[in-house]
Design a protein around this ligand. Sequence first.
Ligand SMILES: *[C@@H]1O[C@H](CO)[C@@H](O)[C@H](O)[C@H]1NC(C)=O
Ligand SMILES: *[C@@H]1O[C@H](CO)[C@@H](O)[C@H](O)[C@H]1NC(C)=O
Ligand SMILES: *[C@@H]1O[C@H](CO)[C@@H](O)[C@H](O)[C@H]1NC(C)=O
Ligand SMILES: CC(=O)N[C@H]1CO[C@H](CO)[C@@H](O)[C@@H]1O
Length: 154
Amino acid sequence: MKIYLFTTLCLLGVSAAQKVTQLSPCVTKENNLRLDCKYEAVEPSPQPTCEFRQDGKVMGSTNTSVTPEPAFKNRVSVVIMPDNMCRLNLTGFSDDKPRNYTCIIKQKKTAEKTSEFQKKNLATCSAISVLFQNSTNMLLIVMLLPVLLEHLSA
Ligand SMILES: *[C@@H]1O[C@H](CO)[C@@H](O)[C@H](O)[C@H]1NC(C)=O
Ligand SMILES: *[C@@H]1O[C@H](CO)[C@@H](O)[C@H](O)[C@H]1NC(C)=O
Ligand SMILES: *[C@@H]1O[C@H](CO)[C@@H](O)[C@H](O)[C@H]1NC(C)=O
Ligand SMILES: CC(=O)N[C@H]1CO[C@H](CO)[C@@H](O)[C@@H]1O
């Protein structure tokens, strides 16, 4: 069963090139910008680094050697979350011009995605949307579950 699972994971892993699939911004109740960056097909280790930019300027990175622009210093946190997601948290989000936001995921390869938005068009963050942000993942779990159960009980 272990081998079977391992093979499944490998197949899933190589079935797509490393890429950033989704950038989802929202504004929290505290007026912070939350920007979720979903990516796929990274290798299990080392952990990828994740970096966010606004109009090309570094906002924050999980790589501590990367220095953010002074304007973002102490206002930004970037964390890698479970399930191939990286989250930016920017406090005091008052800027209301359209800007290009880029998420960059670096492992051996680099993948990135840019999206242009401005504050007034963003939705307020809700707790539930995070869980079901991408139904593809849910679907995958639902599809794999019977297979897993079958092998566990065999
Ligand atoms: C972190 O950033 C530094 C400076 O840009 C770079 O030399 C280093 O390779 C990066 N580390 C990782 C793990 O990406
Ligand atoms: C974002 O940062 C603020 C200030 O540091 C903090 O209070 C808040 O809990 C953070 N939000 C998230 C989702 O990490
Ligand atoms: C965002 O990037 C696109 C493509 O490079 C460019 O056409 C657009 O003007 C940029 N938007 C802003 C607000 O800089
Ligand atoms: C519900 C949702 O946002 N689904 C998206 C999940 O991600 C894939 C690409 O990886 C999109 O095609 C779906 O629209």
